[in-house]
Design a protein around this ligand. Structure first.
Ligand SMILES: Cc1cc2nc3c(=O)[nH]c(=O)nc-3n(C[C@H](O)[C@H](O)[C@H](O)COP(=O)(O)O)c2cc1C
Length: 459
């Protein structure tokens, strides 16, 4: 059985993810796992069609495709995303159709679930039979139990392919409306006062709706609004995954292109930031990916704390809730406030006008009030992962994060809550006495609510 492994790491062969695949190559010699570098060679693959077609030919003759990738800021690397875009743009999807597929990631589990959803959705769009995901933690390979589990995944894939077992489609085809947004002039514009507004867009000539939405939103603000196109902010290449930024935020691109300067002087200083993008396949474009992953020169440290965020998306975003979740996760990691998401899905120009006006007004209102909603599971859970990783295994590399996390109070352990510790150490054992336990069980509800009620009473 032949499995083409599409390597999504910008590190090529020196990739953690590929060690998982190489382990499978050794342990399952009956399966021919052929690794094809994709993310690392993306510039060449895009430039030289014969290289692209060579990969497509390998897919065509394979029994299955293994999408093997690291997580790069809540999704796959921009080079990998670009490859997927090219498959559709160059009409190469026929090579994938009817083939089995599976996905394998390594990461620290920060939004690996939505990255696998993305790949699953792409497989569904390519007419592939998606067998399943293997979201490994990057250190899993060190554990005997995890190595066994990995072999189990390979066996599942092999058995499914060999026995021709059908698999379920998860994502219905995207419905594009073909609607053309025709904005009208805003009746009034919201005064931005001292607040600095930055709209970042990747609109190119083909993105008429997005360009018009951006223009219309910019016109809804009275006062200076900076609109920056990601194609023109000086990103000369994608994140290399080298982690040179780890010790002191110094990126390998420092002094080599103008992205870092742009980020520091325009993004970090804005009060209101709008991300505007058109969907390419099931997510925002590879250009947006590049922007987000290049922002990783700040490593895991939030740099946009307290800022107001808006999202403007052209395309069927509502049909891909995982995309929205990943973007929400990004904003929550930044400890910023996502005010709203406006898309062109309504198919009604006057309604989009009204939503853009409302977005502008609410962004300014929230900025003036300094309102940031509490983090949800996405941000709280994510920060706990970062807290534990930077405290532990990753501190050695990400030393700048460690200093920042100390400063920002991310390290919320050991918990010095003496009242709770005393309660757990002294009173908790008493509740094991049957008579006390009976009384305690009856009192649990009031015990939880009463202190909250006292706060309300005293308010
Ligand atoms: C720029 C960058 C962004 C990353 N983003 C994420 C992320 O969003 N979620 C996560 O769980 N891990 C993230 N990681 C961790 C990598 O996914 C992890 O180290 C992976 O094992 C690297 O695999 P590779 O060596 O095959 O490239 C990131 C690492 C880098 C360098």
């Amino acid at each position: 059985m032949k499995v083409v492994v599409l390597n999504g790491s910008p590190k090529g062969d020196k990739s953690v993810t590929m060690q998982y695949v190489k382990f499978l190559q050794k342990k399952r010699p009956d399966v021919d796992f052929e690794i094809v570098p994709v993310a690392r060679r993306m510039k060449a693959i895009e430039r030289r069609d014969e290289e692209f077609q060579g990969i497509i030919e390998k897919v065509r003759v394979a029994d299955a495709v293994l999408w093997a990738f690291p997580l790069y800021v809540c999704l796959v690397h921009s080079g990998y995303k670009r490859f997927i875009e090219l498959v559709f743009e160059r009409g190469a999807h026929g090579a994938f159709e009817g083939k089995y597929a599976a996905s394998l990631s390594t990461s620290i589990h920060f939004f690996d679930h939505t990255a696998h959803s993305y790949i699953h959705a792409v497989c569904d769009d390519l007419g592939m039979a998606y067998v399943g995901a293997y979201p490994a933690e990057m250190r899993d390979l060190f554990e005997e139990e995890e190595r066994e589990r990995l072999l189990g995944f390979a066996d599942q894939l092999r058995d499914t392919v060999e026995r021709g077992i059908p698999t379920a489609r998860r994502f219905p085809p995207l419905q594009h409306t073909g609607f053309e947004y025709a904005p009208s002039d805003p009746q009034s514009a919201v005064d931005t006062g001292s607040k600095k507004v930055l709209i970042l867009t990747d609109a190119d000539a083909a993105d008429g709706n997005l360009a018009r939405m951006v223009e219309r939103l910019a016109a809804s603000f009275a006062g200076g609004v900076q609109v920056a196109n990601l194609h023109a902010i000086g990103m000369s290449g994608p994140c290399l995954g080298c982690c040179k930024c780890g010790p002191d935020y110094e990126c390998a691109y420092t002094g080599k292109d103008s992205f870092i300067d742009f980020y520091n002087t325009n993004v970090k200083t804005a009060d209101i930031i709008v991300f505007a993008g058109a969907m390419r396949d099931r997510h925002l474009s590879s250009t947006w990916r590049m922007f987000l992953e290049r922002g990783f020169f700040n490593t895991h440290t939030p740099t946009l704390m307290g800022k107001q965020f808006g999202l403007v998306i052209s395309g069927p975003a509502g049909q891909m809730p995982d995309m929205r979740q990943a973007l929400e996760g990004y904003v929550e990691w930044q400890h910023a406030n996502l005010v709203d998401v406006v898309t062109d899905e309504d198919g009604d120009s006057s309604r989009i006008d009204a939503l853009l006006d409302a977005l502008a007004a609410r962004l300014v209102q929230c900025a003036e009030a300094g309102y940031v909603r509490p983090l949800s599971f996405l941000g709280v859970g994510g920060m706990k992962i970062f807290r534990d990783e930077i405290w532990g295994h990753l501190r050695f590399v990400f030393q700048a994060d460690h200093q920042a996390f100390k400063r920002l109070g991310v390290y919320d352990f050991p918990q010095r809550d003496w009242k709770t510790r005393l309660l757990n150490a002294v009173v908790l054992p008493l509740t094991r006495i049957p008579a006390v336990r009976k009384r305690f069980r009856n009192d649990i509800r009031d015990g939880i609510f009463a202190p909250q009620a006292r706060v309300v009473e005293e308010a």
